[in-house]
Design a protein around this ligand. Sequence first.
Ligand code: ZN
Length: 228
Amino acid sequence: MNPLQYAIELMYPRLCSACFSTLQVYENHICIKCNLSLPKIALHENEQVKLDKKFWGKLNIKNTYSFLQFVKNGPVQNILHKLKYKNSPELANFMGKWFGNQLLTLGFDKEIDLILAIPLHPIKQKRRGYNQADQIAEGIAEVLNIEFRTGLLIRNQFTETQTNKSRYKRFENMEGVFSITNTDEVKGKRIALVDDVLTTGATLEIAGGELIKAGCSELSILTLAAAL
Ligand SMILES: [Zn+2]
């Protein structure tokens, strides 16, 4: 570190995105302590079944993998908050790569052909300047060496009146929200759909449903965090 960098570091200490402690020179985004102690969801075990269950009877999913366990007011919530509201595309990319490395140990790169992310509403994306799900997906894609595409799954600008005919009340505001711009690019592909956090799964269910309708051969869900 040169003297100028050192001075900047003293004036504006970089903080851990999970616990807000000051990062050491050799640490990036997440401190070593959090690196070791963040609540990770074991990718091989029963916890993944709990995630799969969120989609049972709703959407035919090959695998659901989530990296970190979301607990209200915990360090994972701090990370998610920063991804969304603190202009942190680099953090999202960093977390995506970390998750990607875990997925690589499962051989997940052999199971998919294409990675897509849940798109933000265009107005929200313009305001935020980036889509955190895109950044996470890009990090994962880079590590897995799998193609990542934007603009294939899109979120429409929609009005209230379009949502009247929904069968299920909880989806009333979701129908017609997503569409596929080129179904030929989806047909026959094994797709991983990425989002920042999995809670009820409603958004992933609607977007994933469009991919299945468009003829993808397998659909997996990847989220950086999940509420178990
Ligand atoms: Zn920390």
